[in-house]
Write a protein that binds this ligand. Structure first.
Ligand code: ATP
Length: 203
């Protein structure tokens, strides 16, 4: 299977791109969704988190209390590392499993941390959705109703824009309107179909 990684900073337009690719019939695995699945009730990773941090990390109904977990790791890099070392391999394994079940002409792995983790090693082609920081902030604030300061602090934790661009095989500039993006995604889809076919012929 030809696997396309799609990434970009917060609010860059990854979901807008993958939604359209799904409409073209492409199977999309979303790393954010997988990351939530692996800590669902009854999952082994959630049991390990509860053993490590204590049962107060769970809600009354046995779900992960995300706010409590965020508070634990926010100020403690060692706890953050512990959590990442637990979750990253589990997330990766499940992504591989889900990619193995895809049946479209190519498959997409959408992940905000594609380049920050080893997830990019699972892909044959990397697409970076790119907008200037001011647009990132404006669109994220409008979408999530959070403030500029919060969005800026999230951007600070992500890989800088120029480094992401340097690792891209294809860059989608999403600074114009949604109609422009749609045209670009149609062209991207055609290109990816061609690349997938070429890769297939080489096998
Ligand atoms: P996150 O990493 O936070 O999940 P994302 O990269 O998936 O973000 P989207 O949710 O696709 O980003 O886009 C952010 C917001 O900007 C959404 O509300 C989306 O509708 C809007 N948006 C995306 N592209 C454009 C555009 N070209 N013009 C105007 N609004 C846009």
């Amino acid at each position: 299977m030809f696997i396309v990684g799609i990434t970009g900073g917060i609010g860059s337009g990854k979901s807008a791109v993958t939604r359209q690719l799904e409409q073209f019939g492409i199977n999309v695995i979303d790393a954010d969704i997988v990351a939530r699945e692996v800590v669902a009730p009854k999952e082994e990773a959630l049991q390990k988190i509860a053993q490590h941090f204590g049962s107060q990390i769970l809600t009354d109904s046995g779900e992960l209390n995300r706010a409590a977990l965020r508070a634990k790791i926010f100020s403690d890099p060692e706890e953050r590392r512990w959590l990442e070392q637990l979750l990253h391999p589990v997330i990766r394994a499940r992504i591989i499993q889900q990619l193995g079940n895809t049946r479209s002409n190519y498959a997409v792995l959408a992940s905000p941390l594609l380049l920050e983790t080893d997830q990019h090693q699972l892909t044959d082609h990397i697409v970076v959705v790119d907008v200037p920081e001011a647009i990132q902030i404006e669109r994220t604030v409008a979408r999530d109703k959070n403030n500029v300061k919060q969005v800026k602090s999230i951007i600070q934790t992500q890989m800088p824009r120029d480094q992401k661009i340097a690792k891209a095989d294809t860059i989608i500039d999403n600074s114009a309107d949604l109609a422009t993006l749609e045209t670009k995604v149609s062209a991207l889809h055609s290109k990816l179909l061609t690349l997938a076919k070429q890769a297939h012929n080489h096998d």
